[in-house]
Design a protein around this ligand. Structure first.
Ligand code: FE
Length: 182
């Protein structure tokens, strides 16, 4: 399912709706520390092929429902939809760097929204015809977890709106001299 990579294509309506820990360079995320997620890494970009049975064992139920079952958190309920902190958003499932705060914009849709991913291959795109709509699903480029959808009604310069679920994002505040792009 994760093999079909699309450039930005169809977009219709608004947001309807979603190695080891020791290698991490920053303080452990509470979720990961509690759940002992051995696949979480902010430095290893190698693709993961982990069964949902295994993810079910590792992830909190709320994260699993979004990431592995393409669920959607309720609008205006996530911790990042109205959040302006400076830093980087990582995949909460695997630690893959996904978005920088400088691409985040205030959106009225109730989910954290970005106009571009941090790295072009940091995410992947799949057509999604569920719920009677033609949308483009956005998945993590490393672990293939569902993140949300992308629409064509975003602001310049890309005019894209990556409408994400807070539950699958893991925010790390900006640290001087640290940039995951280098
Ligand atoms: Fe991931």
């Amino acid at each position: 399912m994760r093999h079909l990579i699309l450039s930005f294509v169809i977009a219709t309506s608004g947001c309807v709706s979603s190695q080891e820990n020791k290698e991490r360079q920053s303080a452990p995320d509470p979720i990961m520390a509690d759940q002992q997620n051995p696949y979480y890494s902010r430095t290893d970009t190698a693709a993961l092929n982990i069964s949902n049975t295994e993810w079910k064992r590792i992830l909190p139920d709320s994260v699993y429902a979004i990431a592995r079952e393409a669920g959607t958190e309720r609008a205006f309920t996530g911790k990042y939809w109205d959040f302006d902190g400076l830093g980087t958003y990582f995949c909460a499932v695997c630690g893959n760097a996904l978005f920088k705060s400088d691409s985040k914009f205030g959106s009225s849709c109730g989910w954290p929204s970005f106009f571009e991913p941090l790295r072009a291959n940091g995410v992947e795109y799949l057509p999604d015809a569920s719920h009677g709509m033609e949308r483009v699903e956005v998945r993590c480029g490393r672990c293939a977890s569902h993140l949300g959808h992308v629409f064509d009604d975003g602001p310049p310069p890309t005019h894209k709106r990556f409408c994400m679920n807070s539950l699958v994002l893991d925010f790390e505040p900006e640290v001087a001299g640290a940039d995951p792009r280098h």
